[in-house]
Write a protein of this length. Structure first.
Lengths: 168, 318
């Protein structure tokens, strides 16, 4: 099977696309929001590398999942933290892998409970196909087909990103 | 016998008591509550977890604060909430507890929050309901008040971070206090090395030593070096017979004054489950002082009750 793409190379491509998107708006009206955990790491590093002021937002969508009735509430890592006013701002929602689209639906619902953003764009490192909802990424570093039953996992090794393929 | 609060997967499906509740479940509840605390700062304070679920608040005994915080918690989880003041309805017409529950279950209840003057009533209900229905004990007799115990633990963890180096003093009418029982069980479960109980002989139950606590009758001695002081309400309405000479006499020996609080550590926190009897168990200057975290307890209580309800409601019913 095709080897996994190099995570750092993909990150470079994502940084280029996000940087161009950020530049379309006045600096104080655009914010990054990362979905825990991979998306939050990406957003944090993009925030630094692009020299954006303040902190990126962090979304923990576990309170907005659509499968609560089946899987219940799992151990929490870190709460949602949106350190800016969402109302009227341009948001770039960041995640590592786009798959069914259900996570993004939950993330949008949660974001709108903080206010009405002017726009939301989705930036992902990898689009692996398999969508179950009408969701598309506006910014995407690569598409990569992954068979059902497997998942791509973003990890960090000495502050460098690494991708691995694991059994789901 | 299986712990009646856990399903066969070991998940919490009812919260009845903190007795025998494993430490990892207690910690899971506290961690989950932490994700709910920031919701109070948002414009929209609700999350959709319990959307479409019906929560019945069954209060067979009066309560304002506990019932209200459960109601707020359920509403912030997007549940539909029904408050039943049973004193004024069926029970007074002679309907049995289990018949009341069967009738409410037929109205598609998903979760019962129960307060009852009889110890064990929530256990009885939990044994009676269908597997997809959950029961949370909001205080039963002298037995348990597990969500108060958990919100007290949340408050202690918030201010003190680590349980394993603390000295915690529980002061007052321990005999009639379900809060004291739940607090002591939770403190020992979480590994607090020194739990002290302070009170007059007539208000302390026998066998406290078996719960792993140190008993003090002299308040000054018991407060010395404490990190946390939990004051209990003098349960006037529960008092049967003359266990105390007078409230004034009680205040003199066991009321928390600034002078007595000075014997605890300088950064000690003062807690109280409410409602407070100012001038009986606690001096106003202490209750309103900067070491008091009593109103924080109320705020954290909402997040803790949200955590409990969402965890039990998410337990598998297979």
């Amino acid at each position: 099977m095709t080897p996994l793409p190099d995570a750092e190379a993909l990150y470079g491509e994502l940084r280029r696309q996000v940087g161009a998107a950020v530049a379309q708006h006045p600096a104080d009206s655009v914010h990054l929001v990362g979905i825990l955990s991979g998306g939050a790491w990406l957003a944090e590093r993009l925030q630094t590398d692009l020299g954006l002021p303040g902190r990126a937002g962090v979304l923990n969508i576990s309170l907005y999942r659509d499968d609560f009735d089946r899987i219940g509430l799992h151990h929490q890592t870190q709460p949602t933290d949106i350190p800016f006013d969402v109302e009227g701002r341009h948001l770039i929602l960041v995640d590592d892998v786009l798959y069914t689209g259900r996570t993004i639906r939950g993330a949008l619902n949660e974001l709108f409970d903080y206010g009405r953003p002017a726009s939301v764009r989705l930036a992902v490192l990898i689009d692996r196909g398999g969508r179950q909802l009408p969701v598309a990424a506006s910014l995407c570093a690569a598409t990569f087909e992954v068979p059902d039953g497997q998942q791509i996992v973003l990890g960090q090794d000495d502050s460098r990103f690494v991708l691995t393929l694991e059994a789901a | 016998m299986r712990n009646p609060q856990l399903n066969r997967h070991g998940e919490l499906t009812h919260l009845l008591t903190l007795d025998g509740l494993p430490r990892d479940i207690v910690t899971h509840i506290l961690d989950t509550a932490e994700t709910f605390v920031p919701l109070a700062e948002r414009d929209v304070k609700k999350v959709p977890l319990l959307r479409g679920k019906s929560v019945f608040n069954l209060f067979f005994e009066n309560s304002t604060r506990t019932r209200t915080t459960f109601e707020i918690a359920a509403k912030r989880l997007s549940a539909d909430v029904y408050n039943l003041n049973i004193n004024a309805s069926s029970a007074s017409k002679g309907e049995s507890l289990l018949d009341t529950i069967s009738n409410l279950s037929a109205m598609q209840a998903d979760l019962f929050v129960v307060r009852h003057s009889a110890s064990g009533a929530p256990h009885l209900i939990a044994q009676h309901v269908a597997p997809h229905v959950h029961v949370v004990n909001a205080g039963d007799g002298w037995h348990a008040h597990p969500t108060q115990g958990l919100l007290d633990m949340y408050t202690i963890r918030h201010f003190k971070k680590d349980f394993t180096n603390l000295t915690v003093a529980v002061v007052g009418d321990v005999m009639h206090s379900r809060v004291a029982r739940s607090d002591i069980l939770a403190l020992t479960t979480l590994g607090v090395p020194e739990v002290r109980v302070i009170g007059p002989m007539t208000l302390l139950p026998g066998g406290l030593e078996h719960l792993g606590v140190r008993v003090f009758h002299d308040m000054a001695e018991g407060l010395r070096g404490a990190d946390v002081v939990i004051m209990l309400r003098l349960q006037n309405e529960r008092m049967r017979g003359a266990l105390l000479p007078s409230p004034q006499e009680y205040f003199k020996h066991y009321g928390l004054t600034q002078a007595k609080l000075a014997l605890a550590k300088p950064d000690a926190i003062v807690m109280h489950p409410g409602p407070m009897n100012r001038g009986v168990e606690i001096e106003s200057a202490v209750a309103d002082g900067k070491q008091a975290v009593i109103l924080k307890q109320v705020t954290f209580g909402i997040a803790v009750r949200m955590a409990v309800m969402s965890i039990v409601a998410g337990a598998s019913n297979e």
